[in-house]
Design a protein around this ligand. Structure first.
Ligand code: DGL
Length: 270
């Protein structure tokens, strides 16, 4: 009864950690496409092609349901995948919708018409491809009216994290937050729209300053996945054991994964 989890690299492990803690009986099969990370500087066709290949690999592992624990894939590829590619007996879910449901204080899966919400000024931090897609604004507009979103493409942050250089990642985060605050000095909420960023959540919060509510995905996605599986248990797949797969170098990826999961995991070549 495995569930698949896909990211361009290591960032999805932040989501995996929260999902595994929330759903301890569900075996998760993780696939990081580290050989092709980062996705955030690729074009939409490229991201679509790579994401489909990763999802197919997880279907081969018996995961009928795959979570794209990657905002860039969710933003640039998911809609097209769901409309043109995913067969009826499979499901591919993204990480944007749970985040937006939390931001707009909706129950999971509430698809009622858009309405006024508490938040009027939102800062979005994400990869250049996610920002360019405007998928966040599109999904938000289905649920809320009158919300101003200022988006900051955080070039370089994913590369630095994938390379294990957290000092550089921190410097870049502070520069990106400062750049955003020049354009929107007083956001009410800040969205960490990349699954790599929760690793630097305290840096974002510190750079943003007090009084700004920071929305980070791991716990939100875990809650919404638990709710989804309670409603749709038929999508617990046939796979039976947790696995960690990578298209990159398993030894190197396994070493860096410790940063995210705070325990050693053995990666296998996908
Ligand atoms: N963790 C991915 C995300 O949530 C990183 C994307 C990338 O590889 O640039 O967007």
């Amino acid at each position: 009864m495995a569930v698949g989890m896909f990211d361009s690299g290591l960032g999805g492990l932040t989501v995996l950690g929260a999902c595994a803690a929330r759903l301890p009986d569900v075996p998760f099969v993780y696939l990081g496409d580290n050989a092709h990370a980062p996705y955030g500087v690729r074009d939409a066709d490229d991201i679509f092609r790579l994401t489909c290949a990763g999802v197919e690999r997880l279907w081969d592992e018996g995961c009928e349901l795959v979570v794209l624990a990657c905002n860039t894939a969710s933003a640039a590829a998911l809609k097209r995948m769901q409309e043109t590619w995913v067969p009826k007996d499979k499901r591919v879910l993204g990480v944007f919708v749970p985040l937006i449901e939390a931001l707009t204080e909706r129950a999971w899966g509430d698809n009622s018409p858009p309405r006024e919400v508490w938040v009027k000024h939102v800062a979005l931090f994400a990869t250049p491809a996610t920002v360019a897609s405007r998928a966040f604004q599109r999904e938000l507009a289905f649920r809320a009216i009158g919300v101003d979103v200022e988006a900051q493409p955080c070039g370089g942050v994913v590369d630095a994290i994938e390379a294990g250089d957290l000092e550089l990642a921190e410097t870049l985060v502070r520069a990106h937050v400062a750049a955003l605050k020049r354009r929107m000095p007083r956001p009410q909420a800040a969205v960490l729209g990349c699954t790599h960023y929760p690793l630097l959540e305290s840096v974002f919060a510190d750079a943003l300053g007090p009084g700004i509510k920071v929305f980070s995905q791991p716990a939100l996605v875990a809650e919404s996945l638990a709710d989804y599986l309670a409603r749709r248990p038929e999508f617990l797949g046939r796979g039976g054991r947790p696995r960690f797969l990578t298209t990159g170098d398993p030894a190197q990826v396994g070493d860096r994964a410790g940063l995210f999961l705070r325990r050693k995991v053995a990666f296998e070549r996908a």
